[in-house]
Ligand binder design. Structure first.
Ligand SMILES: *Cc1c(COP(=O)(O)O)cnc(C)c1O
Length: 443
């Protein structure tokens, strides 16, 4: 993504089409409209679609040019022969109307210049990392990461000669300085650079927070900011409760499968940030594919209309449920951002977060057997992995999502046998409390 990294990508002869110039974020009498208002119209012109109030789903693999000269003009724009980029749509591996509207609206939530949608959160993460790295490079990342992200960095990128240095979420500025120095020395030895700092905050399933501002300061002290963007997986708190671009991150990554999609009925991902970073990632997406399909993009447009409502309700529900759980005699503790017990973590929370979210860990007195009895007794909450949906979900990370993590590493990350991960939905909060109460009785 930095200038030494973009040669192979920018040389790729694949277009970067746009349906029309990016929409200005509308304002009324100098008042900038809020994201929750813009989700109902931004980026869509009904007059281009027979007056259809809602965007149709554009099921097509390719787009007809108005005439041959227009086709030439589009390709001149996208191959850089003429500045300004493409003026029209070309081919559905590159983009389509539903995806472009979605990207415009995703960018609004993050306060980003541009955004890209992908067929899954992991596709977004993989394409971002591949676009950033050359052989010999060293990735700096926080830990723990989502297991597949950690595997992608450690195992897949290793095949291409890219190594990594990990630091624990919560690391101080001094610890971060040491990490950056180590990464720089490794990169020099391997003939590469440090092209990417990759964060996940809060971490899964412990909710450990990363100090994004401290990471930015450490990055600025040791590397050229124009060659080493900071990307962050904001799936657990975004787009409502954490705005990482305001705190020094350059790129925000989502599994849209979770809160943004919000109904546990689709899989998708996104990356947003400044155009200079996004363009390099788009070039690789154009080459590889991996864009969200039109139907999924359309479903996400519907989801975005209610994302604020849903997240607010889920957050309020989680606060009520956690207040009940905390006082229960069979509960050992909670990993909930509304009840942090560590001064360093509380300080990061106060600076970075606008809400405590609705996904947390519940530590039940006992171990796996007690957790299983609790999970099997739930009647309203469903027993499933994933999070951020309208329905409340509960799972046992040590035996499910994190089963493949070696026991020692699990202990290090705080993934105990008595930990149940809960994602609170938008049900009636008292019904949820009644459900957890009867399930705890069964323990
Ligand atoms: C689910 C998840 C992912 C992966 O997203 P998919 O849409 O399943 O590919 C990445 N990061 C976090 C934090 C997640 O929760």
């Amino acid at each position: 993504m930095a200038d030494n990294h973009d040669d192979p990508l920018n040389a790729v002869d694949t277009p970067t089409p746009r349906r029309k110039p990016k929409p200005e974020v509308p304002s009324i009498g100098g008042r900038e409209l809020k994201p929750s208002t813009l989700m109902m119209g931004l980026g869509y012109d009904a007059s281009l679609s027979e007056g259809s109030l809602k965007p149709p789903i554009f099921l097509t693999s390719t787009f007809a040019f108005e005439n041959a000269a227009a086709g030439k003009r589009h390709f001149e724009g996208i191959t850089g022969k003429r500045p300004g980029g493409a003026e029209g749509l070309v081919y559905s591996r590159f983009n389509g109307p539903n995806q472009e509207i979605l990207e415009d609206r995703l960018a609004v939530w993050d306060g980003a210049e541009d955004a890209l949608c992908f067929s899954s959160g992991m596709t977004a993460i993989a394409v971002l990392i591949l676009a950033a790295c050359n052989a010999g490079d060293v990735i700096v990342h926080s830990g723990p990461l989502y297991a597949a992200s950690e595997g992608f960095v450690a195992k897949v990128m290793a095949k291409y000669g890219v190594t990594y240095v990990a630091f624990p979420a919560g690391a101080s500025r001094e610890e971060l300085d040491a990490v950056m120095k180590k990464a720089k020395a490794m990169a020099e030895e391997q003939g590469g650079e440090v092209p990417l700092i990759y964060l996940e905050s809060p971490g899964n399933p412990t909710n450990a927070l990363v100090d994004i501002e401290a990471v930015r300061d450490a990055r600025d002290a040791h590397f050229d900011a124009d060659r080493c963007p900071i990307a962050i997986d904001n799936t657990f708190l975004g787009p409502l409760w954490q705005k990482p671009l305001d705190h020094g991150a350059d790129l925000v990554v989502y599994s849209l499968t979770k809160y943004v999609g919000g109904h546990s009925d689709l899989v998708a991902g996104s990356v947003s940030g400044d155009k200079k970073w996004i363009d390099a990632i788009r070039a690789l997406r154009n080459t590889m594919g991996g864009i969200a399909d039109p139907n999924t993009a359309w479903m996400l447009l519907r989801s975005l209309e209610t994302v604020e409502l849903r997240m607010q309700r889920a957050g309020e529900n989680a606060a009520k449920v956690c207040a009940f759980l905390k006082a229960h005699p069979k509960v050992e503790g909670l990993g909930y951002l509304g009840m942090i017990e560590n001064a360093r973590q509380q300080d990061i929370y106060d600076r970075h977060c606008l809400g405590a979210g609705s996904t947390f860990s519940l530590f039940i007195k006992g171990g796996e057997a007690e957790c299983f009895r609790f999970l099997d007794a739930l009647q309203v909450a469903k027993l499933a992995v994933s999070l951020g949906g309208t329905e409340t979900l509960a799972s046992h990370p040590a035996s499910m999502t994190h089963l493949s993590v070696p026991e020692g590493r699990r202990a290090e990350l705080g993934i105990a046998d008595n930990l149940v991960r809960i994602s609170i939905g938008i049900e009636d909060p008292d019904d949820l409390i009644a459900d957890f109460e009867q399930a705890l009785e069964a323990v």
